[in-house]
Write a protein that binds this ligand. Structure first.
Ligand SMILES: Nc1nc2c(c(=O)[nH]1)N[C@H]1C(S)=C(S)[C@@H](COP(=O)(O)OP(=O)(O)OC[C@H]3O[C@@H](n4cnc5c(N)ncnc54)[C@H](O)[C@@H]3O)O[C@H]1N2
Ligand code: MOO
Length: 406
């Protein structure tokens, strides 16, 4: 459709116009889940710090074993209590998982494949390759190696990795402060009575949830009426408070859409017409102190643009390395309505059929006001801009919901 900007082009331009807006702070590892590392982390240690056993059994010299042989038990090595001697020719040492491999030994035989005899000898029935069941020093991490890079959003396994090299505090970027505003005279906060012509405000809840999952410190400033003065005051207050101001509503062409004028007065804002459905109107720019993001008002449009456009922007502003969304082919389990013109982000449910194929179907009504379509979905069905209707059995791309939406 002429005059509409493709998503990838808009995203490149939006990301090109912003820089990270964070400083550094040290926090305890226990608090660091989901925070973004501000510095590369280099290990000063080998993990494991020494060769040790992967099994409960006997530490041996592999060359001493034959089809049916007996070795002399010399002692034992327990985790935290190593055997201090050396395994000599014809000898073996009882060893537990995680215990240090004694000097002289080069392999471990699991106890199920050996028998301790009454005379103190240990019987073995077969040979083992040298190094069997040994976990070598530095197998996991080598001293001097960078284990995690700046820009990494910390996951559960990362916290364990940092702990395993003895780190109790990490240097992360400070949290972005995000202020939310919902524009519209018709909006009422949940919990309050609803009069004729009013609807409950839902966008701040979905948008705040995504921002919080991105580690932002969110302040919800509630709703603003569609009057120039109310908008002016709300934008000035939000700009003083936050690194990023996110609004919903008022970015289209309606008669009560004063947002544009007030934003142009206070800062530099551009309005986009994007070639995506939902989410055609979108605004972005700067207020005196903050980055401004204006999402469309329709509930599905607000959430999809928050996820597809605002989330990558928030990641960059928070210092995070860009994240590539996962797209996979699937087969349409039903006819899917689509007209050429915009790239559709239809809401769908993928599941495996009996042949193990990934099948997908839309979650009913796809109007941008139908938020239940998003609530029921586990993926987007991404249908290319110029594509028309999809027949049952045709291949389509899906984008499974990531950790921001699940
Ligand atoms: N003549 C045209 N009209 C519209 C166009 C267009 O190109 N030409 N675009 C349509 C599209 S697409 C969208 S999306 C919407 C976006 O409009 P706005 O961003 O200006 O949003 P509003 O008009 O304020 O609201 C739209 C809709 O969403 C409801 N809404 C708004 N805020 C909330 C909220 N916080 N929680 C729940 N629901 C909300 C609002 O009541 C309206 O129903 O414009 C189309 N129109
Ligand atoms: O872009 Mo609007 O989001 O189609 O309803």
């Amino acid at each position: 459709m002429p005059g509409l900007t493709p998503l990838a082009q808009a995203l490149e331009s939006l990301l090109g116009a912003i820089e990270a807006r964070t400083s550094n702070e040290f926090i305890r590892l226990e608090q660091a889940l989901g925070r973004v590392l501000a510095e590369d982390v280099r290990s000063t240690l080998n993990v494991p710090p020494a060769d040790n056993s992967a099994m409960d059994g006997y530490a041996v010299r592999a060359a001493d074993l034959s089809a049916d042989c007996e070795l002399t038990l010399q002692g034992k090595s327990m985790a935290g209590h190593p055997y201090t001697g050396a395994v000599g020719q014809g000898g073996c040492v009882r060893i537990m998982t995680g215990a240090l491999l004694p000097a002289g030994a080069d392999s471990v035989v699991m106890q199920e494949n050996a028998a301790l005899l009454e005379n103190g000898q240990v019987q073995f029935h077969s040979t083992v390759p040298k190094g069997d069941n040994v976990r070598y020093c530095g197998d996991d991490i080598r001293a001097g190696e960078i284990i995690l890079r700046a820009g990494r959003r910390l996951r559960p396994a990362d916290l364990g990795l940092l702990a395993s090299i003895g780190i109790a505090q990490v240097c992360v970027y400070t949290q972005l402060k995000v202020a939310l505003l919902a524009t519209g005279d018709e909006l009422v906060m949940p919990g309050e009575p609803l009069a004729d012509g009013q609807i409950y405000q839902s966008n701040s809840f979905t948008v705040a949830a995504v921002a919080r999952r991105l580690g932002c410190d969110v302040v919800d400033l509630g709703k603003v009426d569609d009057s120039p003065e109310a908008l002016r005051q709300a934008f000035i207050q939000a700009d003083r408070l936050a690194d990023v101001v996110i609004t919903s509503g008022g970015v289209s062409v309606g008669e009560a859409d004063y947002t544009k004028d007030i934003l142009a007065e206070l800062g530099e804002i551009s309005f986009w017409k994007l070639a995506i459905k939902p989410g055609k109107p979108f605004a972005s720019g700067r207020l005196p102190n903050s980055v401004f993001i204006g999402l469309p008002g329709n509930p599905v449009s607000a959430l999809v643009t928050m996820h597809q456009l605002a989330a990558p922007m928030l990641r960059k502003l928070a210092g995070e390395t860009p994240v590539q969304p996962l797209r996979l082919p699937a087969l349409a389990a039903s006819v899917i309505r689509k007209s050429p013109g915009r790239t559709d982000f239809q809401r769908g449910i993928w599941q495996l059929n009996e042949q193990g194929q990934v099948m997908v179907r839309p979650t009913g009504g796809q109007s941008s006001g139908v938020l239940s379509s998003m609530s029921q979905a586990n993926c987007y069905i991404v249908l290319e801009q110029m594509r028309g209707p999809v027949n049952e059995g045709e291949s389509v791309m899906i984008e499974p919901f990531d950790a921001l939406l699940e």
